[in-house]
Design a protein around this ligand. Structure first.
Ligand SMILES: O=P(O)(O)OC[C@H]1O[C@H](OP(=O)(O)OP(=O)(O)O)[C@H](O)[C@@H]1O
Ligand SMILES: Nc1nc2[nH]cnc2c(=O)[nH]1
Length: 179
């Protein structure tokens, strides 16, 4: 699998160092507030799993699965809830955890949804931000790394459901796409 990676953009060590730093900030921010940490399946799983261990205050955890209508490259902006939360967000401090923000469509939908459901606060932490991909205005509260407008895989991010289990972020060799 690793021989299919052309270039490593962000190493395992860089990711883990960044997570410690983000975790410290979140510990300070949420001390005594018992936030609801919401992971967006499936890509956020590795990041969420590592990040929550670096938040040194009580949290509650839940997950949500959403999918954008449209084909793989063109998102229509309509988001379908595949699996909703088990927890009510009303009156809660919600922290959404994402692996990447690209067009911003998925996340702007979720942020609006949680406000509509009367969350007390909604914040967004993403490991990766690809600002050049934006189709709607969305500024995440916390960004691990800004990435160029290229298709990246690893650490949760897939190509055709593969490569999520790489410990780093990389770019695939072109022959992987050409079969
Ligand atoms: O900013 P956007 O253009 O909306 O893209 C970001 C979304 O795309 C990815 O999920 P994907 O739909 O690929 O699902 P997955 O996490 O299960 O791979 C990512 O995890 C975000 O949820
Ligand atoms: N795997 C992967 N999924 C994405 N979803 C939005 N942008 C990307 C990307 O660069 N890589």
């Amino acid at each position: 699998m690793r021989d299919e990676i052309k270039e490593i953009l962000i190493t395992e060590e860089e990711i883990q160092r960044k997570i410690v730093e983000i975790g410290k900030g979140l510990t300070e921010e949420y001390k005594g507030r018992f936030p609801l940490v919401v992971g967006v399946l499936k890509g956020s799983l590795p990041f969420m799993g590592d990040l929550i261990q670096r938040i040194d205050t009580h949290i509650e955890l839940d997950v949500m699965d959403v999918s954008s209508y449209g084909n793989e490259t063109v998102s229509s902006g309509e988001v379908k809830i595949v699996k909703d939360l088990n927890t009510s967000v009303e009156g809660r401090d919600v922290l959404i955890v994402e692996d990447i923000i690209d067009s911003g469509l998925t996340l702007s939908y979720l942020v609006k949804l949680f406000h509509y459901r009367k969350a007390k606060s909604v914040k967004l932490v993403t490991l990766l931000d690809k600002p050049e991909g934006r189709k709607v205005e969305l500024v995440p509260d916390i960004v691990g790394f800004t990435v160029p407008d290229e298709f990246v895989v690893g650490y949760g991010l897939d190509y055709a459901e593969r490569y999520r289990n790489l410990p780093y972020i990389g770019i695939l060799k072109p022959e992987v796409y050409n079969g």
